[in-house]
Design a protein around this ligand. Structure first.
Ligand SMILES: [Zn+2]
Length: 463
């Protein structure tokens, strides 16, 4: 199987450090707010990659972290009046619950930053001993970028480019503006831990290095994260770990693309963040996964208004094929090795879920033809589809359960239609015929006819 490695800039055959085993880490979530679709996407991608390694027979240890102390969390704590640790705990509980609803598998190891402060401190102490880090008189500790000549190898930039590409925190006590904080001294009212450099808390980058070192030791096979983390976060992880161990930290760096909403970057300030809990209210996990996995994980995903409704339409079409087979009395049992082999061929090529999903259209076309011809082979195909594509989280429901949910949604009258109908009823009661007529026309435009009777009114959807 081939994996695109950001470090080398090409697809490489996957060879683990130890035969049959994969050590894998993916940067997790900073719990300074609710989970949005970007978090969900990342969780889905690395869950699938992990499951595919397992399908290939590897014994996988997959670790993820929760950043539960940082500037944004502290700001949230000040805004809400909830202590930072309590706020972080509450967010972690919520996000865990939403990820379970999304049916994302649990990593083998979950680590929270606040649970390895001791490991982080001893990591930093060793970096200072080796001359790769230095404390300042204010009680901060910085990594010295000049002490690590390979800095920039992952993002393919030299120090000068790097200096232009990053907004650096100003501190005249830094030896090089690119030096980054390993330990931050605590300001008044901030959570802190005691350290050899005074009261403070870890910087963000050191967390991932220390957690990896604690969980796996010097080296891992696969490290994942969003493409926006390549620089500086992952560059800094490499510098910290390799400066400490003198060994290569990560063999394969995997970076997923970013999510855009209607062509724009998703951000809180633009108010276009799609929260996972809202999405789960509207779409089943299968629809969300189908929609997102149609793009190869390295590509950016542009979420348009049509993306999820289209995915829902396709999934409903597929489930109708299962229902049609059942109706014809075709037993959904047996296997079709070819369907599984095609899937693996796609996934062996850098986890090409886009191809695996587009294969479905051809497969279902042939299954439809088999059902029409009364060919029992359709049952084997469908059973295989269910088995093979469960790796992507698809076809886990019964056709009747899936299709009845869609039907309910189609039949449901939208809230804005009900609101207009209520306004119209009030206008009629007030004998305001002009408003009543205007509202009737508006409802018509939205596809609803309203019928009045002694008991009130009924709404009918036009077809
Ligand atoms: Zn990280």
């Amino acid at each position: 199987m081939k994996i695109y490695n950001t470090l080398t800039g090409n697809k490489q055959e996957f060879v683990p450090m130890t035969e049959g085993k994969v050590k894998m880490y993916a940067c997790g979530i900073t719990v300074s707010g609710e989970a949005h679709i970007g978090h969900a996407y990342q969780a889905i991608i690395y869950d699938i990659i992990r499951k595919y390694f397992e399908k290939k027979g590897y014994d996988v240890v997959y670790a993820r972290n929760y950043t539960d102390v940082d500037d944004k969390i502290i700001n949230k704590s000040h805004e809400t009046g909830i202590p930072a640790d309590e706020y972080a705990r509450k967010m972690i509980d919520e996000i865990d619950g939403e990820m379970r609803r999304l049916r994302v598998g649990e990593p083998t190891v979950w680590i929270k930053a606040t649970e390895c402060i001791g490991d982080i401190i001893s990591f930093i102490e060793k970096l200072i001993e080796k001359g790769h880090a230095y404390p300042t008189e204010k009680g901060d500790v910085y990594f010295s970028v000049d002490s690590f000549p390979a800095y920039g190898a992952l993002s393919h930039r030299n120090l000068e480019d790097a200096a232009n590409g990053v907004r650096v925190e100003n501190d005249e006590l830094k030896r090089n503006p690119l030096d980054f904080a390993l330990w931050k001294s605590a300001k008044e009212g901030e959570p802190f831990w005691e350290s050899p450099w005074g009261k403070g808390r870890p910087g963000w980058h050191i967390e991932c290095s220390a957690m990896n070192y604690k969980t796996f030791g010097e080296s891992i096979d696969v490290h994942g994260g969003g493409r926006d983390l390549i620089f500086p976060h992952h560059e800094n992880e490499i510098a910290q770990t390799e400066a400490l161990t003198g060994k290569k930290f990560v063999r394969y760096w995997i970076h997923n693309g970013l999510i855009k909403v209607n062509g724009q970057k998703m951000s809180k300030s633009l108010g276009n963040s799609l929260l996972l809990k809202d999405l789960l209210e509207r779409y089943s996990p299968e629809i969300i996964k189908f929609a997102l996995l149609q793009t190869n994980y390295r590509g950016d995903i542009n979420i348009t208004d049509a993306l999820f409704p289209e995915a829902e339409k396709h999934m409903a079409e597929f489930y109708r094929v299962f229902a049609a087979a059942e109706e014809k009395g075709i037993k959904i049992e047996g296997a079709n090795a070819e369907i599984d082999a095609e899937f693996d061929k796609a996934m062996d090529d850098d986890f090409n879920t886009a191809l695996a999903i587009s294969n479905l259209f051809g497969i279902f076309k042939s299954v439809r033809a088999k059902i029409a011809a009364g060919d029992a082979g359709a049952g084997a195909d469908l059973n295989q589809i269910r088995k093979t594509y469960s790796l992507l989280g698809l076809f886990e429901e019964t056709p009747s359960a899936f299709l009845s949910k869609i039907k309910k949604k189609e039949d449901a009258v939208p809230a804005e239609v009900i609101k207009l109908a209520e306004e119209r009823a009030k206008a009629r009661a007030d004998k305001d015929w002009a408003s009543s007529d205007r509202l009737r026309d508006e409802l018509l435009k939205m596809g609803y006819t309203v019928k009045d009777s002694k008991e009130g009114y009924t709404l009918e959807k036009k077809n």
